[in-house]
Design a protein around this ligand. Structure first.
Ligand SMILES: [Zn+2]
Ligand SMILES: [Zn+2]
Length: 221
């Protein structure tokens, strides 16, 4: 077996514990590099690295003036050089076995939630990429989810600035309203950049009166 990230051979210790456990597709070194957090002061809510001039996180201030926030935001990785490359290969170069690498860092269960839902991607993106990069990680971990939302988004978000993004019409629409009311929902996204995408998704979900919404993001840019 090889490490899915660096493609070096993995040598498993064949002791009694490993014998009955599926081997993880990542070497020790890559595991360490991917999970390394860069130093610096961070926003305690969204985990963004703040500049010295910021007394509070300007991204969170910007969002809270426009959207109802989630209860909390959990983030699996920092967006360091290694994880950035991991996501680039996974999302844009078709290296879809990396879903299993990202899935390794998820918990087995998110039992405190009634519904787990990934941020949807547009039909155009689905045709181009062939998979929803967030849902595929949940699949790799065997986590059940519901596609509560759909999207009509056409333009790539990375091509737009923060203000342009927030001014845009909300591209999401509700597919399964009956599964939202009174439920505790975990919204899962791949990379939390400005946070606008996930807040627009929540804006739609909040209209169907969920009990609570939290956010899990694989990485925080
Ligand atoms: Zn490796
Ligand atoms: Zn923040």
């Amino acid at each position: 077996m090889i490490c899915y990230y660096c493609h070096e051979a993995l040598f498993a210790q064949m002791d009694i514990i490993n014998l009955f456990r599926a081997q993880e597709p990542l070497c020790e070194n890559c595991r360490k590099e991917i999970s390394r957090w860069r130093t610096g002061r961070r926003c305690t809510f969204c985990h963004r690295r703040m500049t010295d001039e910021e007394s509070e996180c300007l991204d969170c201030v910007f969002l809270s003036e426009r959207y109802q926030p989630p209860g909390k935001v959990t983030c699996l990785f920092d967006y360091n050089e290694v994880s950035k490359m991991l996501f680039h290969r996974y999302k844009f170069m078709g290296d879809c076995v990396l879903a299993e690498v990202i899935a390794m860092f998820l918990r087995d269960r998110y039992g405190e939630y009634d519904v787990i839902t990934p941020i949807p991607i547009s039909t155009a993106r689905m045709l181009e990429r062939g998979y929803n990069q967030t849902a595929m990680v949940l699949d790799a971990k065997g986590i059940k989810y519901e596609e509560l939302l759909g999207t009509s988004r056409i333009k790539r978000q990375s091509e737009l600035g923060k203000n342009a993004r927030s001014r845009q019409e909300n591209p999401f629409f509700i597919k399964k309203a009956a599964e939202i009311e009174g439920r505790r929902i975990l919204v899962v996204d791949d990379i939390y950049t400005t946070g606008i995408t996930v807040h627009q998704a929540m804006e739609k979900l909040y209209t169907s009166r969920p009990a609570a919404i939290d956010v899990l993001t694989f990485s925080k840019a």
